[in-house]
Design a protein around this ligand. Structure first.
Ligand code: FAD
Ligand code: EGU
Length: 472
């Protein structure tokens, strides 16, 4: 077959990427690299020229899956150079004690990257392709599955109709692209808000340097509350407080907030500073977190959903963006396999990817439930320690779940299967260990204390007989 006539012909399909967030901007690079005519439509203004950038989480943890996808469009090095390596977690106990637990071997670290900076760099990379156009202040209102015509609210406040061969919905957890899917028969959809909200606080530098050890993901586990801090290039930390809305609602005044901090995060008060703390705590209301699952991800041969639009996950595995970036890579791999035949690619994409995205959504939710139920510093340290010890003795058999998720491209659903299997092995191992030590103890008793032992047996026998007699 002659490649130049089938796929690299003069006419390339028009791809509309809806949403110029992290996944949309990266996806534009993927489609542009293949030679499609790409147009990105983003509802906000261009963040590269915007004065204030508002939005969710200031920084994020980038790991292996996200990096592999960035690598594919030649962006890994650039992004990594602006990231801060985090080689482990730093656990802050209530009494102020700090303990660090590495993520793995020396090369196994995750990166703290700034969301705004990453998004800007990806938009610039997408724009550098001659076959890509970026449109800002274009808000998708609706689209037609019959014709592929999209209706946007344009920058001048009027509606604009634009046609594309393929619509790629990367417009986030509240996706407008997804609305058309909801009207289809046999489209599964579920969404759940968790009871927790989050609030971001900035920890300024101290004497011109990071106020805490920079190369860690800092965690203050307090059962129902939790604080997480990631470093930024400007030597600040972004601290995120996760707490039930119910509790946020009780902390209505500065005094109540300060008492709360004094009780649960006393070490953070001098690090953030009383004034900054009071300012940040009431600047924005606590933000909600939603988990969204749906299937299929495609609608005929017209549209496909990726990133949060397809699967918003709660942030308790640090995988939302990584999974969204991996979506782009998996789609690209399937494009290779089916020679860019969109008709075949879309159903295959749903078939391959939905089980994995559903698995990471479940894992993130599981971790949220576990963290909130009983994770204090001691428990967290113990669990991570146990994982490491078992992995050390059986490196091929027992692999911590976070290792498979964070440092490999093991399919998420396979990571779940392996994890459940090894949990069984561990429980059986512990049971076997228990049985063997009990049997061993009895054996030693009989061997070295036969007289005492027969006495014990006789005593037990008599007791049992007596019990039996009373029950008659
Ligand atoms: P978004 O980033 O939401 O982008 C969607 C874009 O579409 C936006 O630019 C929006 O303006 C635009 N848009 C929306 N509607 C329309 C419309 N109608 N028309 C046109 N454009 C539209 N992930 C990690 O991997 N690691 C982490 O450490 C991590 N930490 C997190 C911490 C918190 C507190 C939260 C809330 C999330 C975290 N995530 C993390 C998840 C991560 O933020 C998301 O998974 C990621 O942003 C998804 O990217 P996206 O491009 O799919 O969606
Ligand atoms: C939450 C909010 C520690 C950024 C899960 C670990 C997260 C991140 C963990 C946020 C935790 C929790 C893992 C990584 C990462 C841990 C992980 C969570 C980044 C199991 C900016 N989580 N996160 N697990 O192991 O695999 O360190 O907002 F506290 S990175 Cl909840 Cl690896």
């Amino acid at each position: 077959m002659d490649h130049s006539t089938k796929n690299k012909s003069a006419y390339k399909k028009k791809v509309a990427v809806v949403g110029g967030g992290l996944v949309g901007a990266l996806n534009a690079c993927f489609f542009a690299k293949r030679g499609f005519e790409v147009a990105v439509f983003e509802s906000r203004e261009d963040i590269r020229s915007a004065k204030t950038v508002k939005g969710r989480s200031i920084n994020l943890a980038l790991s292996h899956r996200g990096r592999r996808a960035l690598n594919h469009v030649g962006m890994e090095e650039k992004v990594v150079s602006k990231g801060i390596p985090m080689h482990g977690r730093m656990i802050h106990s209530l009494n102020g004690k700090r303990s660090s637990i590495p993520y793995g071997k020396k090369g196994q670290y995750i990166l703290s990257v700034g969301r705004a900076n990453l998004n800007k760099d990806l938009l610039t990379a997408a724009e550098a392709y001659p076959n890509t156009e970026l449109h800002f202040k274009y808000k998708l209102l609706d689209w037609s599955p019959e014709t592929g015509i999209m209706t946007f609210l344009g920058p001048d406040g009027t509606e604009k109709e634009i046609q594309a061969d393929l619509i790629v919905g990367c417009d986030g957890a509240f996706s407008a692209t997804r609305k058309q899917f909801l009207r289809c028969s046999r489209f599964d959809y579920s969404q759940t808000y968790i009871p927790h909200g989050y609030l971001e606080l900035t920890m300024p530098p101290k004497n011109g340097d990071f106020a805490m050890e920079p190369n860690f993901l800092h965690i203050w586990p307090r059962n129902t509350f939790m604080m997480i801090a990631l470093p930024n290039l400007d030597k600040t930390f972004t601290c995120t407080l996760f707490m039930p809305f119910e509790d946020f609602e009780k902390l209505t005044t500065e005094d109540k907030m300060m008492n709360f901090f004094q009780k649960f995060f006393p070490d953070l008060i001098p690090l953030i500073g009383v004034d900054a703390l009071k300012r940040d705590l009431f600047r924005l209301p606590a933000q909600a977190m939603v988990s969204v699952k749906c299937s299929p991800y495609h609608l005929m041969d017209k549209c496909v959903l990726m990133g949060d639009a397809a699967h918003a996950v709660v942030p308790f595995f640090g995988q939302g963006m990584n999974a969204g970036f991996e979506d782009c890579l998996v789609f690209d791999e399937i494009m290779d396999k089916f020679d860019e035949d969109i008709d075949a690619v879309l159903p295959e994409y749903t078939r391959i990817r939905a089980p994995d995205d559903h698995a990471i959504a479940d894992l993130a939710m599981y971790n949220y439930v576990e963290m909130r139920a009983h994770v204090n510093s001691k428990y967290f340290l113990f669990r991570k320690y146990l994982d490491r010890v078992l992995h050390f003795f059986m490196p091929k058999t027992i692999i911590p779940l976070y290792t498979m998720v964070t440092f490999t491209r093991t399919r998420y659903h396979e990571a779940v299967i392996h994890w459940q299997w090894q949990n069984k092995v561990i429980t059986r191992g512990l049971f076997l260990f228990g049985s063997v030590s009990t049997a061993g103890s009895i054996y030693l008793l009989i061997k070295y204390f036969p007289k005492n032992f027969s006495g014990i047996v006789e005593h037990l026998w008599n007791q049992a007989s007596a019990l039996n007699w009373f029950q008659k």
